[in-house]
Design a protein around this ligand. Structure first.
Ligand code: C2E
Ligand code: MG
Ligand code: MG
Length: 620
């Protein structure tokens, strides 16, 4: 579009000046010099023109090949030329759009302010870049990432605009999927814990004079026995139904699932009838549910409170709701409790467990670590192990960590318990090293309490030194809720420091619904452990299949490993393998077992030629 640079060359000008001299100069010698200058100038000009043409041809070809759509418009934004990628993306051929104003292709979703800013930036800065929605020939609207540059002539006047763009509709769809995973409980479609925090905060902020918030945590009594007797699938269905009924009853309020069988309900109100409101919830949810061929009437424990009387900040209110619920549960089934500052926490079976745990910690005899291997899908090789805490209670037998860890957290025992786990895992690794067994990384679970009490780093450092183990051999698993627990302060620098020491960091139970993609992106992480809940119904459940595929794609983009948890069947394994999941953990390969069982497994496992690689075939 610019005149060929040959015309800018001094030699060409010299040739043009020398041309008349060829004729008029009297001296033949000087005339020969002038002819020489003219000939050289013309030859240089011809060579430059040839080069320019070649260059233009190459640019043309590059445009033809480009994956990005390209459109060139004149100063009035009328389309002059487009490339094949433009046609591929929009459906419009060059003939169809040539001469059209490019604005006619824009989707209707941008307002005039948007375009005002667009042109202002383009004119003042000479370029614009961003997301913009356009229309395809078929009529549907799609998002594209557009870069536009204004091309000027020698005097700085705009002569053309060159725009290049990529279709980002696929990325957008994925982003939406992931946003959904971040804020929505996958089972019920209701807001998850993280979203509920936001919603509660927003409701608190918008509270006007004379208004209050009534809030209640509703926990289904004995839900575990429903799961055990009817099966997990029916259990899930019941939870979904329960959520729907609650949402229906609370129209205009906030309803969400906090996890497991716990739901939260919030309403803004000007009435002072908190207890009546709770009773209404109970009555409505106490109506029977039809599940499969059974009719179930559920017992409910409800903990409730009211803002601003009981607190003005969502973190405090959540804690108060939890302690109210805890108090309700301690008073037997089907009880509602409103928060009171001095909730009495003595004399309950749970307190007996707490005292028992305190003794177990003091003498260390009833506690054990079990280990579950993690496998590479490709060949079954064992790539690491997760250490899982076990409590062998003298009367109750094995108590599940799911039962006693929350108790330890509530009653100040989690710090010492976590330290016991760190030291025991490292001591075991040292024993395995002495036995000449392969040194595989062991992953331990870290509770929120360990993060915010701030002793974690010191406990790790001293145990690692005591047992002579490298930090790279000890991975840390943190659940999403740990990462988001405000009590732990800004967790990013601490995770960075742990990683700088050599520890690897995994997010446990990923997808259970706390973290958003943008939050994850900023965290120093190595691994995601995809929660069992998503694996359970693979490969048949299309929603879970989509979520698993999206998480795998996202993790790949962020450079993270993914371990699928709770893999129990070949069908699940095949799906995961096809979706590109490289690592798995689950009963299909091995159940968690005490150190001796792991050692026996190791002796029995095949080793490869290097004698290092442990393999296991998945068993049913
Ligand atoms: P997690 O960290 O997600 O551990 C995985 C859980 O899934 C373990 O349950 C494991 O036994 C179980 N599991 C593994 N494969 C399968 C499978 O194929 N099917 C099924 N149905 N389950 C499978 P476990 O040992 O009962 O532990 C439950 C949770 O307790 C752990 O979940 C973890 O959050 C917590 N926990 C366990 N040990 C510790 C610990 O030392 N510290 C802390 N803070 N938490 C721990
Ligand atoms: Mg874990
Ligand atoms: Mg997990």
């Amino acid at each position: 579009m610019r005149p060929s640079s040959a015309f800018n060359r001094p030699l060409l000008w010299a040739a043009m000046v020398a041309l008349p001299a060829c004729i008029w100069l009297p001296d033949p010698g000087l005339r020969m010099v002038a002819v020489g200058i003219v000939a050289t100038g013309l030859w240089m000009a011809w060579r430059q023109i040839k080069r320019d043409r070649q260059h233009a041809d190459l640019m043309q070809q590059a445009l033809m090949l480009s994956e990005e759509g390209v459109q060139i418009t004149d100063a009035d934004n009328r389309i002059l030329a487009v490339n094949p990628a433009f046609t591929r993306i929009t459906g419009f051929t060059e003939q169809e759009v040539r001469g059209l104003n490019a604005a006619t292709l824009a989707a209707s979703r941008h307002d005039s302010d948007f375009f005002k800013r667009f042109w202002q930036t383009l004119h003042s800065k000479g370029r614009w870049e961003g997301e913009i929605w356009n229309r395809r020939k078929q009529g549907d609207e799609f998002p594209e990432w557009l870069r536009v540059k204004a091309v000027t002539d020698g005097r700085g006047r705009i002569t053309h605009y060159v725009g290049t763009f990529t279709d980002i509709s696929v990325h957008k769809a994925r982003e939406q999927d992931l946003r959904r995973i971040g804020f929505e409980d996958p089972l019920t479609g209701l807001p998850n814990r993280r979203r509920l925090h936001d919603l509660m905060t927003s409701r608190l902020r918008h509270l006007r004079a004379g208004e209050s918030l009534d809030m209640a945590i509703i926990d289904i009594d004995g839900f575990k026995s429903v799961n055990d007797s009817l099966g997990v699938e029916q259990g899930d269905r019941l939870l979904a139904r329960f959520g729907q009924r609650l949402a229906h009853h609370m129209a205009g309020g906030v309803v969400g699932r906090l996890g497991g069988d716990e739901f939260l309900a919030i309403r803004t109100t000007t009435f002072d009838d908190h207890d009546k409101w709770v009773a209404g919830l109970r009555e409505h949810l106490g109506e029977p549910f039809e599940v499969g061929s059974k009719t179930l009437r559920l017992g409910l424990s409800i903990g409730s409170c009211r803002a601003p009387e009981d607190g003005k900040e969502s973190g405090v209110l959540f804690q108060r709701l939890e302690s109210a619920l805890y108090s309700a549960k301690r008073h037997g089934r089907n009880v509602s409790r409103r928060f009171r500052p001095a909730l009495d926490v003595q004399d309950s079976p749970q307190m007996a467990l707490v005292y028992g745990l305190r003794d177990a910690l003091a003498n260390g005899e009833q506690l054990e670590l079990h280990y579950q291997t993690q496998h590479r899908v490709m060949d079954g090789a064992v790539v690491g192990m997760e250490a899982l805490l076990r409590w062998r209670h003298p009367e109750h037998g094995m108590v599940s960590p799911g039962d006693f860890i929350p108790l330890a957290e509530r009653h100040g025992l989690m710090g010492p318990l976590g330290n016991w786990v760190i030291d025991e895992a490292l001591a075991q690794m040292a024993r395995w090293r002495e036995m000449g067994l392969p040194q595989l990384p062991v992953w331990i679970n870290i509770s929120a309490i360990q993060m915010f009490q701030g002793e974690l780093e010191a406990a790790l450092a001293s145990s690692l030194a005591r047992h002579g183990i490298e930090p790279a051999q000890l991975g840390l698993e943190l659940t999403e809720s740990v990462l988001l627990d405000e009590r732990a302060g800004d967790i990013v620098p601490r995770l960075e420091a742990l990683r700088a020491k050599g520890h690897r960091i995994a997010i446990d139970d990923f997808g259970m619904g706390y973290s958003s993609l943008s939050y994850l992106k900023n965290l120093p992480l190595d691994k995601l452990k995809l929660d069992r809940a998503f694996i359970r119904s693979l490969p048949d459940d299309p929603a879970d299949a989509a979520i698993v595929s999206a998480v795998l794609a996202m993790a790949r983009g962020l450079g993270l490993d993914v371990v699928a948890e709770g893999v129990e069947t070949h069908g699940q394994l095949d799906f995961l393998q096809q979706a590109g999941c490289r690592l798995v953990q689950g009963y299909l390969y091995a159940r968690p077992g005490p150190a001796e069982v792991i050692e026996a497994q190791w002796q029995a496992l095949k080793t490869d030629s290097a004698g290092l690689m442990l393999r296991a075939e998945p068993t049913a």
